[in-house]
Write a protein that binds this ligand. Sequence first.
Ligand code: SF4
Length: 80
Amino acid sequence: MECSYQIVCPFFRRKIAIHDAMYQQHVRQYCSSAGEECAIQQVMKGASFLKVPNDLYPNQKWRVAGILATEGPLAGVKRP
Ligand code: SF4
């Protein structure tokens, strides 16, 4: 089962700069499956495809929490 976000994903649609060989490797590793381990999918689920940075790659899960903290629905909400 391929990733259901392909139609809106900026990475899959080649809106994020990457070498062709690396692109194909990520597509095989992430996009050809459900993509649950993909950093871009996690940002889209937590915020929006519009909030995906143009330098984020599927294997950069370590960046997701920081992106959602500034771009997610709770961004800017002060906690008591
Ligand atoms: S696996 Fe990630 S990079 Fe691939 S289409 Fe889905 S969201 Fe985009």
